[in-house]
Design a binder for this molecule. Structure first.
Ligand code: PLP
Length: 370
């Protein structure tokens, strides 16, 4: 079996799995008073310290959540803090649904207003358009660090600067970049930044919102006082410890892995380019090392992904969480691709466990199917 769907879930690092098992065996509720709880609290703090260090933040700025989706919701809903003076949410049109749908909920239930930052044909957000959209009533600008379907890295520093120029908060969804390319909240100028454990070599069940210390967050989940009082509920210690171990490991090996994995990605792109009419959305922009989107005009990407699976290759036709939804990808549509092209999309996402030989096998199978 060839696994080429790391953007959906990266295989966990051994260190992460070991950390999860250790946390499960030592159990204990980190909020208790006795010694078992104290050792759980120490493990929790250690994971917080590791996560913060990897993101260039302070441990106190890390709020653990159950997923990247939850971190995005927490960040976007926080915009309601600034109502009624600031009601506009400026959201990149090609965001993940975790951001797009939380913004729509903020509009529906809280009275915010959503406006979309357009996407340029190369897959990057249109900064000139964003500049024109700014104003004293803008509450939040949200621009993902890299897109999950194309891998295109976004002009986050520039967007943060623009957001701050009108007093808006800036959020970035770094779910597809943390552990893959350098992510430093201070250098990027982010107020809020989301990450997800299973995309960076941890296990599902944990995510984090990195939130600048002076920002008052609105609680999404009310209850006890965990996580600065904004995310109640006993922390999922095994998944959180796995995330701490994974983010540390991925950062330590990032430079070497990025060079190797982007080499594989480029090899696969070169091999696939032999198919007539194939288009690689985002290939003209800077991309994360492992993600390759390939569109085969007049083909059905979902069907291709299923046939590849039968041939022993795991890839996807886009975001895993929208599999089965009717219609073409909103990301490729936002880039201006016609439906007969965007419907034929396959996403290959690689990690350091893949090999050049696997790229040749993938390309051969795709060619046979097309
Ligand atoms: N944001 C991006 C860019 C993603 O790719 C994903 C998942 O694919 C998410 C958010 C959601 O993360 P999670 O699966 O941890 O909820």
């Amino acid at each position: 079996m060839i696994y080429a769907d790391c953007a959906a879930q990266r295989p966990p690092y051994k260190e992460a799995a070991d950390a999860a098992v250790y946390a499960m065996q030592s159990f204990g509720n980190p909020s208790g008073l006795h010694s078992v709880s104290s050792s759980a609290a120490r493990l929790l703090f250690d994971a917080r310290r590791r996560t913060a260090a990897a993101l260039g933040a302070q441990p106190s700025e890390i709020i653990f959540t159950a997923s990247g989706t939850e971190a995005d919701n927490l960040a976007v809903f926080n915009a309601a803090e600034r109502l009624p003076e600031r009601k506009r949410l400026l959201i990149f049109a090609a965001e993940h649904k975790a951001v797009l749908n939380s913004a729509l909920n903020a509009e529906k239930y809280l009275g915010c207003r959503v406006e979309y930052i357009p996407c340029l044909p190369d897959g990057t957000a249109d900064m000139c358009a964003l500049e024109k959209m700014l104003g004293p009533d803008a509450a939040l600008v949200s621009l993902m660090h890299a897109n999950n379907e194309t891998g295109v890295i976004q002009p986050v520093r520039e967007a943060a600067r623009l957001a701050h120029s009108c007093g808006a908060l800036f959020h970035t969804d770094a779910v597809q970049t943390a552990g893959h390319i350098p992510v430093n909240v201070k250098e990027l100028g982010c107020d809020l930044l989301s990450v997800s454990a299973h995309k960076l070599g941890g296990i599902p069940g944990a995510g984090a919102l990195c939130c600048r210390a002076n920002i008052k967050l609105l609680p999404l989940i009310a209850g006890g006082g965990q996580e600065r009082g904004v995310r109640a509920g006993t922390e999922a210690l095994p998944a959180i410890c796995a995330m701490g171990a994974a983010i540390e490991k991925s950062c330590a090996e990032m430079e070497r892995d990025a060079e190797y994995v982007s080499g594989l990605r480029d090899l696969l792109q070169m091999l696939l380019s032999e198919n007539e009419g194939v288009i690689f959305p985002g290939a003209d922009a800077e991309r994360v090392p492992g993600t390759l989107c390939a569109c085969f005009p007049n083909q059905d990407g979902e069907r291709l992904a299923l046939m590849l699976d039968r041939a022993g290759i795991c890839a996807s036709s886009g975001a895993a969480c929208t599999t089965g939804e009717p219609g073409a990808s909103h990301v490729l549509e936002a880039m201006g691709l016609p439906q007969n092209v965007s419907r034929g999309a396959l996403r290959f996402s690689l990690c350091e466990r893949n090999t050049a030989e696997e790229m040749h096998i993938i390309a051969e199978r795709v060619k046979e199917l097309i």
